[in-house]
Design a protein around this ligand. Structure first.
Ligand SMILES: Nc1ncnc2c1ncn2[C@@H]1O[C@H](COP(=O)(O)OP(=O)(O)OP(=O)(O)O)[C@@H](O)[C@H]1O
Ligand SMILES: [Mg+2]
Length: 251
């Protein structure tokens, strides 16, 4: 059985049976604004300063400057961590179509699948090199949803996702990968990536009468006795906190 890695999120270790499985890939699924980026950043930041585990953040949708200033509001100084050699930010936003459109690269690369595949391969190589030079133990990839724009063809997208997730699983780091969900509810179709990863965590916003509640659920975690309940979480100036023993809509 895999060793456990502290999640850095108060209350979450309890849901996932003492932490994330060491060296595995966990998928964080959630709609816009549910806190995917904050959760992943907290996992990296606490890893660096509470567990002495260096981290790498691969962003497919945000610039480094934007990320650094956003995370400062929680007291997480990633710039300092970078200067201390404990953290690296890989800005892979060029893989998104909006950014690609602005560049010549788009015209050149979009012509061939080979070109697109090469950019995934390049990203994986870059990440491997950074993991080695930073001796990183934790990696985040935010967000796979961006690959939908890069690979409009579902088969191509699936190939890219498989390649990325398999490579991450071989890197000997604990990895969080985010993605989005278009439809919620019991009838929703599982995403391809849910079958490829070791664990799946779902973040959602629930509406009831006059209140909205943020709710988190561990959908799967191989080799672990998870608490599968849907429980509340909050986002505040300290980041994310999970309340494993609190009822969803209060009493
Ligand atoms: N200081 C804060 N206190 C309370 N809530 C906050 C604070 N800062 C951000 N939030 C909330 O966090 C959410 C944004 O979190 P985050 O960017 O991690 O979400 P996301 O799931 O990554 O969204 P996206 O799909 O846009 O990438 C917003 O809903 C915002 O209301
Ligand atoms: Mg985000």
């Amino acid at each position: 059985m895999a060793n456990k890695v502290a999640t850095g999120i108060p209350g979450l270790d309890e849901l996932v049976d003492d932490g994330f499985p060491d060296g595995r890939v966990v998928l964080v699924i959630g709609g816009p604004g549910t806190g995917k980026t904050i959760l992943c950043s907290q996992f990296l930041y606490k890893g660096i300063y509470d567990n002495q585990e260096n981290g790498i953040f691969v962003s497919l949708d945000e610039s480094k400057e934007h990320f650094y200033s956003e995370m400062k509001q929680f007291g997480w100084d990633f710039e300092k961590a970078e200067n201390e050699g404990k953290f690296a930010f890989i800005e892979a936003t060029r893989m998104s179509q909006a950014a690609m459109l602005k560049e010549k690269l788009f015209r050149e690369e979009s012509r061939s699948l080979r070109g697109k595949k090469l950019s995934i391969d390049r990203l994986i190589e870059d990440l491997q090199a950074k993991i080695a030079s930073y001796k990183a133990k934790r990696v985040v990839v935010d967000t796979l949803a961006m690959l939908t724009y890069r690979f409009p063809d579902p088969v191509e997208r699936r190939t890219a996702v498989v390649e990325l997730i398999q490579s991450l699983a071989d890197m000997n780091v604990t990895c969080l990968v985010t993605t989005e969900l278009k439809h919620l509810g019991l009838e929703r179709e599982a995403l391809d990536e849910e079958f490829m990863v070791h664990g799946v965590i779902m973040l959602q916003t629930l509406f009831s009468e006059s209140t909205t509640t943020r709710a988190i659920q561990v959908e799967k975690m191989r080799e672990a006795k998870v608490n599968p309940s849907l429980v509340p979480y909050s986002i505040n100036k300290n980041g994310i906190e999970v309340f494993p023993n609190m009822p969803l809509f209060g009493d």
